[in-house]
Design a binder for this molecule. Structure first.
Ligand code: AMP
Length: 586
């Protein structure tokens, strides 16, 4: 049985961990880093790049580089590149495939199963989209787990005693706060709250904005529509932000950023931590409300908190740490790595699910994980009211049924409109599905009895069913949200991903072989120039012919269209030239 890997599929960076010798270790990337940028790019020659390679070329290829796709998960966002339409699930799958491959290289065995983490605030559609991305990447997703729970899991195993812990997780694109009780082999999430659209990317945007405005004031040049300049500005903004986590001030220098009247114009500015704090103050402040909400839902005061854990790269910002201190009156724990603990917790859960017998340290008990629903679930009833069936922060898995009736006389079908959110009116909540229960016996309003059941599994994924108690008719229902992928679409995407994986290998081989062939050709032509005169005529002619044949094949070569036959042809022509020119080039 292969190992189950734990994947923190982050907005900005992703991280993979796997349990080895009873402890979670981080899977390094091929270049030795511990996280992989969550970036996918399509190079001009058709090659697909993921992670570090994609990030390196982002500045020069911004319109074919996709960053922060996690922000689009569960929406109908898509992008078209070279005539192919890509959805968030497909792009995420490309990142997952890369992580899978790195884990396989590290372990030296195939990897087919994973636990993937998502922000606690992700709704059903976003969770399902994440699961679908895993499926497309060729992974069986054993569990979708909330990031803070995962962080607590990595922490919980190191510290066995019972504690109430707040996990404050501010990443690149999302903010989550959870109150978790750890103890006696049970990790129970008491409450969770957050903001799906708040993170370090917003800090970067504020700094980038400030740079653009200051540059305009100084140079009277508007950079906001200059795509390439903006890409460099955004990168520099992030870099400056990171530097300000340890320095009081930073210099931002971007030489040759743009041109004015044919002359190059450079950017050279200084940003202080005080100014940065001012730029992001309201963003940091936005984390206060979810913190209060989570505490009140958990029914505890800050005095009852034993620990505060910081997770996510953005918690390195000093102003964020100050805010956490102010909100909780506690010094946040420093002994977990905010970039790695989420993946580690997922690896621990993966190993536990596989029955590898991991137990909470010091307790000798199997680990039990109790997660909660992040938002309330309701259905729309008469007058557009959202009637709650499952309250937010209910422990998972959960199931709840309620009897409803018809609103109009002789109604033979009812529409079940499933909603997620805390607002009293249906229209103010998010629609996550709609379906019809048909064939209800004709009766006056209020007579039919329709039992609606919400069933949420351990992954937080919701199934809704409706049953007419009179006829016993039960509608088998799948939630169809327009932005959720259909099974057909998923199957097609899996097929494409597999096709692409094969093509990737072919492309990589082809680029390698053609590179070698081109070098051989250059070497041979140079040698012909230098020593050609002393050579035997027939041999010289043979080498020239072989050079021409190889040259012809290379000039027809295109990495994104190459076939096995073409590659074989190049290999043969190269071997032929190697043989005929052996004396000349040795
Ligand atoms: P995550 O999604 O947890 O990987 O967090 C990524 C976010 O953390 C990005 O916005 C990064 O720019 C930010 N980040 C990483 N390191 C630092 C740092 N030293 N100071 C401030 N922000 C950071």
């Amino acid at each position: 049985m292969g190992k189950v890997i734990g994947i923190d599929l982050g907005t900005t960076n992703s991280c993979v961990s796997v349990v080895e010798n009873d402890a979670p270790v981080i899977v390094p990337t091929s270049s030795g880093n511990r996280t992989t940028p969550s970036i996918v790019a399509f190079a001009k020659n058709g090659e697909r790049l993921v992670g570090e390679a994609a990030k390196r070329q982002a500045v020069t290829n911004p319109d074919r580089t996709i960053c922060s796709v996690k922000r689009h998960m569960g929406t109908n966002w898509s992008t078209r590149i070279d005539g192919t339409e890509y959805k968030p699930q497909t792009i995420s799958a490309m990142i997952l495939m890369q992580l899978k491959k790195e884990a396989e290289d590290f372990l030296g065995e195939p990897v087919t199963e994973a636990v993937i983490t998502v922000p606690a605030y992700f709704n059903d559609i976003q969770r399902q989209a994440t699961k679908d991305a895993g499926k497309i990447a060729g992974l069986t997703v054993k569990r979708i787990i909330n990031e803070p729970t995962s962080a607590a899991l990595s922490y919980g195993l190191d510290h066995g005693e019972a504690r109430k812990v707040m996990v404050y997780d501010l990443g690149g694109g999302t903010f989550d706060v959870s109150i978790i009780e750890i103890g006696d082999g049970v990790i129970e999430v008491l409450a969770t709250a957050g903001d799906n659209h708040l993170g370090g990317d917003d800090f970067d945007a504020r700094v980038a904005d400030w740079l653009v405005k200051s540059f305009k004031a100084e140079q009277h040049i508007d950079l906001s529509r200059d795509f390439a300049a903006m890409q460099r500005i955004r990168e520099a903004a992030e870099q400056a932000k990171k530097e300000l986590s340890t320095s009081e001030s930073t210099n931002i220098v971007l030489p040759y950023l743009t041109q004015a009247k044919g002359e190059p114009v450079h950017l050279d500015m200084t940003l202080t931590r005080a100014k940065f704090n001012e730029l992001v103050r309201d963003l940091v402040e936005r984390t206060a409300d979810p913190v209060q909400r989570a505490l009140s839902d958990a029914g505890i005061s800050t005095a009852q908190l034993d620990r505060v854990l910081l997770v996510g790269g953005s918690t390195r910002v000093p102003a964020v740490q100050d805010k956490v201190r102010a909100l909780t009156g506690k010094e946040p724990s420093k002994n977990i790595n905010p970039d790695e603990c989420v993946a580690q917790g997922a690896a621990i859960l993966g190993s536990t699910l596989q029955g590898r017998g991991l137990v909470a340290a010091g307790t000798g008990q199997e680990l039990l994980l109790l997660d909660v629903t992040p938002l309330s679930l309701s259905i729309e009833t008469v007058g557009g009211v959202a009637t709650k069936l499952v309250d937010r922060n209910s422990t998972l898995p959960t199931r709840y049924s309620q009897i409803f009736s018809t609103a109009a006389p002789y109604q033979t079908s009812v529409e079940i409109h499933v909603l997620q959110g805390e607002r009293p009116m249906a229209r103010d909540n998010k629609t996550i599905g709609k379906f019809k229960l048909k064939g209800i016996r004709r009766a006056p309003a209020g007579v039919p009895q329709i039992e609606v059941t919400f069933d949420i599994d351990a992954n937080g994924i919701l199934k809704v069913s409706a049953k007419d108690l009179d006829t016993g008719k039960e509608q088998s229902i799948t939630i169809t949200a327009s932005d959720r992928m259909s099974e057909d679409e998923i199957q097609k995407a899996i097929f494409d991903a597999q096709m692409y994986a094969g093509q990737d290998t072919l492309r990589r081989d082809a680029l390698e072989v053609t590179g070698e062939a081109q070098r051989l050709l250059n070497r041979t032509q140079q040698a012909l120039k230098e020593k050609g005169k002393e050579m035997d005529k027939a041999q010289k002619k043979q080498i020239k012919n072989d050079c021409n044949a190889l040259q012809k094949r290379l000039s027809r070569f295109r990495a994104d269209k190459v076939t096995e036959e073409e590659l074989e042809g190049i290999r043969q022509a190269k071997a032929q030239l190697e043989a005929s020119s052996a004396d000349l080039t040795s």
